[in-house]
Design a protein around this ligand. Sequence first.
Ligand code: HEC
Ligand code: HEC
Length: 186
Amino acid sequence: MNSYHQKAKILLILALWGCQDPGEVVFREKCISCHRENNDLVPPAPIFTDYRIKADYVEKVLREGIEGTAMKSFNELSEREIKAVSRYIEKLTKREVKVDSSLISRGRYLFENICSSCHGIKGDGEGVGRNIPPPPDFSKFNPLPQTTIRVLNEGIKGTTMYSFREILTEDDKRAVAEYILLFFRE
Ligand code: HEC
Ligand code: HEC
């Protein structure tokens, strides 16, 4: 086989391999109609790449849905499709994140005093109040710092997550955003 044929063959294999992730197929057909930029749902559907996300969390959300939101349970998907799309989202959102350790003690102080009443002291969403929809489990659905800062400024419409724009300084928003990174479990 000459080198042209060899190249063509490699490209063909890559192309097939590229489109064949069955999780990506489910994602395109069933998820991005809502999970896209500027969707005007209340509360909005999050953009997955703003977070680090574990597959088992996606599976749970797909089986149970989220009360009080457009996120319904997806009983129409097979077990295999649920696993495939969940793994796909984990892979899509996986990344190295460096934590700025100089901000952690301030961030922890703020989180424990202001956020934990709803988010739980461990960031697992098990606070004291009853919130519908409930806060996510940050060990599996973990916002990147710029995401947390945006949410702190804007709040989330249709939920109890209100805006801290005027309540926290810019430095404090950064500190608490860094602290939340520590909840994530690889
Ligand atoms: C009809 C619109 C809609 C479709 C279709 C949809 N979602 Fe959602 N999804 C939402 C909304 C709205 C939220 C935000 C819920 C909230 O704020 O608590 C959400 C939240 C989520 C969350 C995050 C949970 C959290 O804690 O905030 C995950 C994970 C998720 N969806 C997965 C999926 C997957 C996977 C699919 C495709 C199989 C999908 N969704 C299809 C509307 C949708
Ligand atoms: C009164 C209860 C309450 C307090 C206090 C609160 N939150 Fe929230 N927060 C929520 C709820 C409920 C959600 C989930 C909203 C949804 O489902 O879309 C949320 C979502 C979030 C999200 C986005 C995750 C996602 O679902 O996209 C971040 C980031 C966040 N909160 C950070 C904080 C920080 C940091 C503090 C403290 C400075 C704080 N919250 C205080 C209730 C609260």
